[in-house]
Design a protein around this ligand. Structure first.
Ligand code: UDX
Length: 459
């Protein structure tokens, strides 16, 4: 089928590349002309495992073409809108890019078009889109508007798209629902050449859930807000574990064994970040307020999350006493591992606070240093984790990259000024750390220190 994808961010690029991978002819547009030129020359604007390979393969086979919005709107019968919906000052989602695409569709598209909102949008955006198109196409376009929210995670976006748990469709016409089923059929049946696995691990067939547009829009916001709530919940419990000497690792394991709760998204740490959870939480609260619904629960989720950064810096201060003049090594700058994305990253908030308090920060991240340096110019970025640790009074882990679990502790011990690890993601093997003479301070009562230092720590 001939598909159009408007917007080449994480969602748009993954959607375009994966639809081409499963056999569709895809036209993908990007309004940032610099980014578009890069894509037309095969240069990826983001680091995302497997994506480069799929994009290159699809372009070479002619199934993926990057172009400008006008052309792209004319090319495919189904148009997936994947533009950004960043937060406005007041927390509302900024829908101006979506309206911009609607104007181009109204001006350029003829015949029939299925317009699919894939960007994360507040409830009733589909209805507004439908009204806008009806007004501005003056009957020259036969169209349907549908919702198809995306649940992919950065760092695993290709796998999440090709092997989803569910595909959610919000369609108010059988024609739209049937067309989307046809488009997704190879993923529903898992009958495509998988670019990740030679033999895909067995997993349940993805559910193809068809509902109305408003329900689909709410499913997206509600899912992200629920996951964010789970993280704030476990962070809240972590604080109690810390105060009572309990072990949050065991507590999370214990509650996660209940299938009604499940083990996922119960990792305590410095809080959630990224371009989705913080903004979707705010947008969901705002839209609920507009409809007279009190989402105080989610405001509390956001408040707990905001406090994670300052309470973590407090933890470092408790060990170092005075932060001014201290040399702090930071491992991890991306908002999570396997991505170069630093948007709304709690790690950068911690770094900014340490710098503001007069500490010097030498940092290392496998992928995100360039983008982090743009956000925090005073940051010193180092070629590897050892260089960053040279002369450090403390090593602070902020993103749980696998690489940090494979450290040569002996080599590290010879580089640091003080053998202190403050782990903001409870990701390092405590026994390894303390076994090599390092004091280990984690989240939620998870800490370990050679006997001597433990008595010191309680002062
Ligand atoms: C999220 C949703 O997971 C995805 O379904 C949606 O489509 C987009 O938003 P993403 O933002 O890529 O995906 O990241 P995710 O893996 O969900 O992590 C979000 C944040 O929560 C990160 O900062 C991560 O470090 C944090 N997190 C996650 C925790 O602190 N603890 C956890 O247990 C899980």
């Amino acid at each position: 089928m001939r598909l159009s994808v408007i917007g080449a961010g994480y969602v748009g690029l993954t959607t375009a590349a994966c639809f081409a991978q499963i056999g569709h002819d895809v036209f993908c547009s990007e309004s940032d002309l610099d980014k578009l030129r890069k894509l037309q020359n095969g240069v990826m604007p983001i680091y995302e495992p497997h994506l480069q390979g799929i994009v290159t393969h699809a372009r070479e086979s002619g199934r993926l073409t990057f172009g400008e919005t006008d052309q792209t709107v004319e090319s495919g019968e189904t148009i997936f809108i994947c533009v950004g919906t960043p937060p406005l000052e007041n927390g509302d989602a900024d829908l101006s890019a979506i309206e911009g695409v609607a104007r181009v569709i109204a001006k350029r598209a003829r015949g029939y078009r299925l317009i699919v909102e894939k960007s994360t949008v507040p409830v009733q955006t589909g209805a507004q889109l439908r009204k806008h198109l009806a007004v501005h196409t003056t009957g020259k376009l036969d169209f349907d508007v549908a919702s198809n929210p995306e649940f992919l995670k950065e760092g695993t976006s290709v796998e999440d798209f090709l092997h989803p748990d569910r595909i959610v469709i919000g369609a108010d016409s059988p024609r739209a629902a049937n067309l989307l089923q046809e488009i997704y059929q190879p993923i529903i049946d898992q009958t495509f050449a998988c670019p990740i696995h030679s033999a895909c691990p067995p997993r349940p067939q993805p559910r193809f859930l068809v509902t109305d547009t408003s329900s689909a829009e709410i499913i997206k916001h509600a899912s992200n807000s629920f996951l964010a709530m789970k993280i704030s919940y476990i962070n809240m419990v972590a604080d109690l574990c810390e105060a009572t000497g309990a072990d949050i690792g065991k507590v999370a394991e214990g509650i996660g064994l209940d299938p009604r709760i499940g083990p996922d998204f119960l990792r305590p740490g410095i809080g959630f970040g990224g371009f989705c959870f913080p903004k979707d939480l705010q947008a969901f609260v705002r839209i609920a307020e507009k409809f007279g619904c009190d989402f105080a629960l989610l405001q509390e989720v956001a408040r707990i999350n905001q406090k994670r950064v300052s309470s973590f810096v407090e933890k470092i201060r408790k060990e170092l006493w005075v932060l001014r003049g201290k040399k702090i090594c930071v491992w991890g700058l991306a908002f999570k591992p396997n991505t170069d994305d630093v948007r709304f990253a709690p790690s950068l908030a911690v770094v900014r606070q340490l710098l503001a308090e007069g500490a010097s920060v030498r940092a290392y991240d496998p992928q995100a240093m360039e983008k982090a340096q743009r956000e925090v110019p005073e940051l010193t970025c180092c070629r590897d984790l050892y260089e960053a640790a040279r002369g450090a009074d403390a090593i602070v882990l902020l993103t749980e990259w696998e690489e940090f679990r494979r450290v040569d502790w002996k080599r590290l011990a010879g580089l640091v000024e003080r053998s202190l690890i403050v782990d903001g993601r409870n990701t390092l093997p405590r026994e390894d750390v303390t076994g090599h003479g390092f004091q280990y301070v984690g989240i939620g009562g998870v800490s370990g220190a050679p006997e001597l230092t433990r008595s010191l720590a309680s002062i």
